[in-house]
Design a protein. Structure first.
Length: 630
């Protein structure tokens, strides 16, 4: 019965690890309740031993799965044991029952061994060891001495199984603080010594698709396996790169056309409230009234959420309507939704397994971003980096790179020009310029927090004050129209790419960055569609220009640094931000961009424009935290 309870508890721990990894909080809560009850029963029966719990094969397997996802082994050992074994309860109950348990143990052993007396020296040493472990807990209280373990095992060899567990538990110091350290030591041994699955077990594997068969049969031959892996994903990357590249091209041409049309007929701004009504009605027809936008794409990677195929055409049309009538929004966020939706649905149509569907989703995101922005390097890393901060999905590196390159070339062949900005004046990287660049990066990180907070708070405020979605989007449109008229300019409407070029030249109003944040919050919070990335680049460029005018630096390099800092601050994607700078501005100012991105990533904290983004590893220390963004 005790062994069965221990195994059940270990099974629950393994399930809890997997559900925590899948962010299934409801199941995790239920399983922890069962675990606590079972653990309490085991403690009361004096059979709780962290050794029994954490060395179970299933827990070891779960830990290995976590390690395989780029989590350092020592972090997994510490955090999993601390989180899933209620150490404080174990220590408290053992300390409370220690004296009574010790007396019962000695009495049991003495009674059992009356026909074959146990030597007094053994009892004295066992009791002395247990007492010393309790009284002398210090820095090394949880370490296991191999010599001591061998002696104890020999002395208790005549006892039955239950008594051996008791004796080892007491004499090896699995008490109080020693519980945690011993558990961690045993887990490390399990992880290091666990054998690889036997080759013959492959016969029991089941394959859902032809791709599973192709990529699982040749595991014994790495060369053949890698070759088939490359063939598989080159073919799939080409398919998704061409399809999404064409979709991205159409999206780019549509936004270019409506933007030019709005420039030619500025009175279209008065139609924004009615355009909002059309968007709300379209999403209602598509049964997507509670649209989560890009957050749903991130959830599809983190939690396997489904992306309805109707999402792609809806965001395409809704973003075009928003830009036509002068709403302040971007395009790349919408492109991530289009690409991710197409990629996931293609994977499901091909009946791929869960892992490959996620890769297809990321390939679609990379393809759409590359086609629209013309930055395949940044696009490839962005889709791998954006869902889980601190973790790069390297398993999708080859597919994302190929699909991004193919999509960018398809868009180029169809006439879409890649975005690029000329940074003509780049000062020497000296101590003075480095300090000024660092100051700009830290201030930009604070502006990115303001940007994220405004996006979230505006949406919350709209929903709290106006329950009806049609009225909400109509009022939001009216507010943007009124704000436009008050400003006397339409420079804050639409994506604002021309204003970024003016900021690089040093010709923007001082508080343009604040007004763009306000316009974007009013637009997206009300229910209009688009993206947040280009508005963030607008904010970064104009804030950098303002900073340059104050400190006397080149507006071009300050605008570029501001853009890099804002992009990193709102997305928490430092590698993608650096690659974006390389492709947009060139390599000459990389020292400035690298410094700015590092500081912005740190000082922006756990804020993000995407609420579904996960912070897997801490920004400030090498620790697994797995928390939501703010």
């Amino acid at each position: 019965m005790e062994e069965e309870k221990s195994r059940n508890l270990a099974d629950d721990i393994g399930d809890c690890v997997r559900n925590e990894k899948n962010n299934d909080t409801e199941k995790v809560s239920a399983e922890r309740s069962v675990m606590d009850k079972t653990l309490q029963e085991l403690i009361e029966e004096n059979v709780v031993a962290a050794e029994i719990l954490v060395s179970h094969a299933q827990l070891g397997k779960s830990l290995k799965e976590l390690i395989a996802e780029n989590m350092a082994k020592e972090l997994v050992v510490e955090d999993v044991v601390d989180e899933y074994v209620d150490v404080d309860a174990v220590k408290a109950r053992i300390e409370k029952n220690y004296e009574q348990g010790k007396k019962e143990l000695i009495a049991d052993i003495t009674d059992e061994q009356q026909g074959n007396p146990l030597e007094d020296s053994m009892r004295a040493e066992m009791e002395g060891n247990a007492v010393s472990q309790t009284a002398g807990m210090g820095e090394d209280s949880g370490e296991i001495s191999s010599e001591r373990q061998a002696i104890t095992s020999e002395k208790v060899s005549t006892l039955d199984e239950k008594e051996q567990v008791h004796a080892v538990l007491r004499s090896l110091g699995l008490l109080q603080e020693g519980v945690v350290n011993t558990a961690k030591t045993i887990v490390e041994v399990v992880l290091e010594s666990e054998e690889e699955p036997k080759a013959e077990e492959e016969d029991d594997m089941t394959y859902e698709t032809i791709w599973d068969v192709i990529t699982n049969i040749p595991n014994k031959n790495p060369i053949v396996y890698n070759l088939l892996f490359m063939i598989k994903w080159i073919v799939l990357s080409a398919i998704i790169g061409i399809i999404v590249g064409c979709a991205g091209t159409a999206f780019s041409y549509a936004l270019t056309y409506v933007t030019e049309l709005r420039g030619e007929y500025p009175q279209l701004i008065y139609g924004l409230p009615f355009g909002g009504l059309a968007i709300a009605f379209l999403y209602h027809l598509g049964k997507n009234d509670n649209d989560k936008g890009t957050n749903l794409v991130l959830m599809s990677i983190n939690q396997n959420d489904h992306l309805p195929i109707v999402m792609a055409p809806l965001i395409f049309v809704a973003t075009a309507i928003t830009h036509l009538f002068g709403g302040s929004s971007g395009r790349e966020g919408a492109a991530l939704q289009i690409g991710g939706c197409i990629g996931q649905n293609l994977g499901e149509r091909f009946h791929f397994n869960e892992s490959d569907v996620k890769i297809m989703t990321m390939c679609g995101m990379s393809s759409a971003f590359a086609a629209l922005f013309g930055t395949p390097i940044a696009a490839a890393f962005l889709s791998m980096e954006i869902a889980s901060v601190g973790v790069l999905y390297y398993g999708s590196l080859v597919p994302c790179v190929f699909s991004a390159l193919i999509a960018q070339n398809v868009a180029g062949l169809l006439g879409v020009e890649a975005d690029a900005f000329a940074i003509d004046i780049i000062p020497d990287f000296t101590l003075r310029t480095a300090v000024l660049c660092g100051a700009l990066a830290v201030l930009s990180a604070l502006v990115s927090i303001l940007f994220c907070t405004t996006m979230h708070k505006s949406a919350h405020l709209y929903r709290r004050l106006i329950k009806n979605q049609y009225l909400r989007v109509f009022v939001g449109g009216l507010l943007v129209v009124c704000a436009t008229k008050l400003c006397g300019s339409m420079m804050y409407n639409g994506a604002g790419m021309p204003i970024i070029e003016e900021a690089i030249e040093g010709n923007v109003p001082t508080f343009a960055f604040l007004l763009k944040i306000l316009f974007t919050g009013m637009t997206l919070g009300a229910g209009f569609k688009g993206g947040e990335i280009v508005p963030s680049l607008f904010v970064g460029a104009t804030f950098g220009c303002t900073f340059a005018s104050i400190v006397g630096m080149s507006p071009a390099i300050c605008a570029a640094v501001g853009m890099a800092s804002l992009f990193c601050g709102i997305t928490n994607c430092p590698i993608s931000a650096l690659m974006l700078c390389l492709e947009l501005f060139g390599a000459e100012g990389m020292a400035y961009y690298l410094l700015a991105i590092a500081l912005s990533y740190t000082f922006s904290g756990y804020f993000s424009v995407y609420g579904a983004q996960k912070i897997v590893l801490s920004k400030h220390r090498n620790k697994y935290i797995n928390r939501n963004t703010k």
